[in-house]
Design a protein around this ligand. Structure first.
Ligand SMILES: Cc1cc2nc3c(=O)[nH]c(=O)nc-3n(C[C@H](O)[C@H](O)[C@H](O)COP(=O)(O)O)c2cc1C
Length: 126
C-alpha cells in the first residue's frame, strides 16, 4: 500500500509511535501480505516474505539516493488493528511494517555491527 496523502500519513504516524518521520516523508509504503495467498497459509512465511520485500525496498531506496526507515507494525496488535482500520484492510491481509521514504536530511557515516562472536563455523561453538 503506497500512501502519499498527508491525512493518511498523519493517521499512520498516530498509530506508529516510532514512526513520526511519516509526517515529513512524502511517501509511506505499508508492506503487507495476504494470508490466503501465503505459502501453506502460514503466517511465518508471510512475515519472512514481507521482511525480504522490506529489506529490498530499503536497499532500492538507498540505491536511488533516497532515505528510508523500517517502521515495525506486526506483531503489535494495537498497531496491526489501527493500520488495518486506516487502510481498510480485510482480516486476511496482515500489515507487516511501514517504510517511510523521502530525501535524507542527513547522511551518516556507514557503520557495521558485525561481531565475529555471532559467526559459527560448521556447528555452534565452531
Ligand atoms: C522489525 C523492525 C522494526 C523497526 N521499527 C522501527 C520503528 O518503528 N522506528 C524506527 O525509527 N526504526 C525502526 N526500525 C529500524 C531500526 O531502528 C534500525 O534503524 C535499523 O534496523 C538499522 O539498524 P542499525 O541502526 O543497527 O544499523 C525497525 C527495524 C526492524 C528490523
Amino acid at each position: 500500500m503506497v500512501v502519499r496523502s498527508p491525512t493518511t500519513r498523519d493517521a499512520l504516524a498516530d498509530a506508529l509511535p516510532h514512526g513520526q518521520m511519516l509526517l515529513a516523508a512524502p511517501v509511506g509504503i505499508v508492506v503487507g501480505g495476504d494470508l490466503d495467498a501465503a505459502h501453506d497459509r502460514q503466517l511465518s512465511y508471510l512475515l519472512q516474505d514481507g521482511a525480504a520485500a522490506i529489506e529490498n525496498l530499503l536497499l532500492a531506496a538507498t540505491a536511488l539516493g533516497l532515505g528510508s526507515c523500517w517502521l515495525g507494525i506486526h506483531p503489535r496488535e494495537g498497531r496491526v488493528a489501527a493500520v488495518s482500520r486506516i487502510l481498510g484492510l480485510p482480516a486476511h491481509v496482515i500489515p507487516v511494517a511501514a517504510v517511510a521514504v523521502g530525501w535524507p536530511g542527513e547522511v551518516k557515516e556507514p557503520r557495521t555491527r558485525f561481531s565475529a562472536a555471532y559467526v559459527h563455523h560448521e556447528r555452534r561453538g565452531g
